[in-house]
Design a protein around this ligand. Structure first.
Ligand SMILES: C[S@@+](CC[C@H](N)C(=O)[O-])C[C@H]1O[C@@H](n2cnc3c(N)ncnc32)[C@H](O)[C@@H]1O
Length: 610
């Protein structure tokens, strides 16, 4: 089935419903308007609406990740009476809130005033399917739409419209209803007399608290992923959640008594059920550089060619054992002989030249599951050549042990963090710091593939002061070089975001850390500033430090190798680098500097003679 055919099958029967019926329905009863019995429009009313919403749908705050959008621009499509809108505003975002229903918007406006946020939000009454006719097209950091687009007669038109409000690297977060859900099963049994073939009509009638919602589409994970990927979005996360568990007669009286079988169901089973058959399909995607165009319908679709290549890539992935690699440098194996390597190189090149990256899930070292984005620099090494920074990984393999505390500053997609988590085990801790929204999504995705409760993500940059700073997001191919300031020569910056910055010493104090054993720093030239902000940790916890020492990156941020090494020495650290001929550690000297180096406290030297 082609993408278009598949899309037709999910366009379904509601395309002929007039938008006026949809507007009338939501004007008649704005969504969640009865979430509180208090006088509508008062602060107590809005407080209660919010409390009930997040009590019944507790997955929303972590999905929306409200604090992440502080000081950033959020477009909310279908804001309803403004529950999420207020959460974004409270965290400091600037919001453009849109809804089709004037009655809902009136309450959302009132809500912004009641909480004193009116100066940071702009409202538009608009149809998501023709958004750019009303809302000025400009890029937003986040386009958020929760429980909306499945209620519009032409959801695909609305998704097409979103492209006018993103730039490459922008995030979109949508919640659409899930076909393979408990809710569909339950509604068909309860209201449809078991007529499963008629489920679309039954669910449309009974999807909402009030019956008669004119349009309700549902999607499978696969359908939604394909719809977004075909429109120039790269899906980074998609999950199901939410099964409504309360007895309705109690619920409408504001009492929360669960239906008997949910009361008795063990919590792990309930969570499994929600994550498998939940009603809310929550998808996060990042806007890609270029939108793929389908030209000749006779040819295999771009989508299926891409899928075929990704499938082949998965079977071809192969990784070297953990061992030193004398003289290793980036690209060293690019022209190496071998049929499999040639094929991996061709696949990588076809993604790179198309300006996209293809996600391939693989099993890497120590049983770690990882998504590689074929077409970017990391996959050029890890997927094509089978190893990345092998000397660093061999070193870490030797020093990390169960129970240790590892800090990963500049975690990117998370390969160091995941590797460290596999070595320190569940008695240890891994703290991963990454400010780039695209890379945070990838890191989260990779974490979700592994059972590593010991790994904690901190979505911000480390520096010498707490605040905000402009951060350049590099094109996807070179996603490892995101940084403060301008990207290196030859790399395009696609986007600049304002990111929170923290001093590592302050994070340690707030989090109550009493130890850091290994600190890995790869922050594209900001190493000096990071160390300034970690002075107390260096003095008191004396971690081993694995750090990037790139002359060009340091100079690009007004520093230098000498300054960085001098600073580390001033904390009584000895510096080592990887020997070109053995890949093992040797004391650093101006003649033997490396792009990656190690600093060890003088009282615990790494080589016997010191
Ligand atoms: C179920 S409510 C969700 C409201 C809000 N997102 C929330 O989570 O509380 C659906 C909302 O989508 C709005 N809506 C439906 N179709 C729309 C369209 N084509 N354009 C804009 N808004 C639309 C409705 O007016 C309604 O407020």
């Amino acid at each position: 089935m082609s993408v278009t055919e598949r899309e037709q099958s999910v366009v379904g029967d509601f395309a002929a419903v007039p938008i006026d019926s949809v507007r009338e329905f939501w004007n008649g009863r704005p969504c969640n308007i009865r979430h509180s019995p208090k006088p509508i429009g008062t602060r107590e009313y809005f407080d209660e609406v919010e409390a009930r919403k997040y009590f019944v749908e507790p997955h929303i705050p972590s999905f929306a990740d409200f604090p992440r959008w502080k000081e950033l621009r959020v477009l909310e499509i279908g804001c309803g009476i403004g529950t999420a809108m207020v959460s974004f505003l409270r965290e400091g975002a600037r919001v453009t809130a849109v809804d089709l229903s004037s009655e809902s918007l009136a309450l959302a406006r009132r809500r912004a005033e009641v909480y004193g946020f009116a100066d940071r939000v702009t409202f538009f009454e608009a149809n998501a399917e023709q958004l750019s006719d009303v809302v000025p097209p400009e890029p937003y950091d986040l386009v958020y739409s929760f429980g909306v687009l499945h209620h519009t007669p032409h959801p695909l038109k609305a998704i097409d419209q979103i492209r006018s409000f993103v730039s490459p690297g922008s995030t979109i977060k949508l919640m659409m209803y899930h076909t393979r859900s408990w809710k569909v099963f339950w509604a068909v049994l309860r209201y449809g007399g078991g007529r499963f073939w008629d489920w679309r009509r039954i669910i449309a009638r009974h999807s909402e608290a009030q019956t008669g919602c004119p349009v309700t589409y549902t999607y499978t994970k696969r359908e939604l992923t394909q719809i977004l990927e075909a429109r120039g979005f790269h899906v980074t996360d998609i999950f199901a959640d939410h099964i409504f568990q309360y007895r309705i007669p109690d619920y409408i009286e504001y009492r929360y008594r669960k239906v008997w079988y949910f009361r008795w169901m063990p919590r792990p089973m309930l969570r499994w059920l929600e994550r498998t058959f939940g009603w809310h399909l929550c998808v996060t995607a990042v806007a890609r550089e270029a939108q793929p165009q389908q030209t000749n319908p006779e040819e295999p679709s771009i989508d299926s060619r891409r899928q075929g290549l990704l499938e082949r890539a998965r079977t071809l992935a192969q990784f070297s054992d953990i061992r030193p690699y004398p003289g290793w440098h980036f690209d060293i194996d690019w022209s190496a002989p071998g049929e499999a390597l040639r094929e991996r190189r061709d696949i990588w090149e076809s993604f790179r030249s198309a300006g996209t990256c293809g996600p391939v899930e693989v099993e890497w070292l120590n049983g770690i599951r990882l998504i590689l984005y074929v077409g970017n620099d990391l996959s050029k090494q890890l997927f094509v050549a089978g190893c990345f920074e092998p000397n660093e990984f061999a070193f870490l393999n030797g020093v990390l042990a169960p129970g240790m505390r590892f800090v990963d500053a500049g975690a990117n997609e998370g390969i160091y963090s995941l590797f460290a988590a596999s070595r320190v085990g569940q008695t240890g801790r891994v703290y991963s710091f990454e400010p780039s929204p695209r890379e945070i999504e990838r890191l989260k995705n990779n974490l979700s593939l592994n059972n590593f409760p010991q790994l904690q993500i901190f979505p911000f940059a480390l520096s010498d002061e707490n605040g905000f700073s402009s951060f350049s997001i590099a094109e996807d191919e070179h996603s490892g070089v995101n940084r403060f300031g301008a990207p290196p020569p030859g790399v395009k910056m696609i986007h600049s975001v304002n990111v929170p910055t923290w001093r590592l010493d302050d994070v340690a104090e707030q989090e109550g850390w009493d130890r850091v054993d290994v600190l890995k720093i790869d922050v594209e030239g900001a190493e000096n500033r990071l160390i300034e902000g970690a002075a107390h940790i260096l003095r008191t916890m004396r971690p081993l430090i694995l750090f990037e020492c790139s002359a060009s990156a340091l100079e690009g941020s007004g520093s230098s190798r000498e300054e960085l090494l001098e600073k580390l020495r001033s904390f009584d650290y000895v510096i080592y680098c990887f020997d070109e001929s053995t890949g093992l550690l040797v004391p650093a000297s101006p003649a033997e500097y490396g792009e990656n180096m190690i600093a060890a406290p003088v009282e615990r030297p790494l080589l016997a003679s010191q």
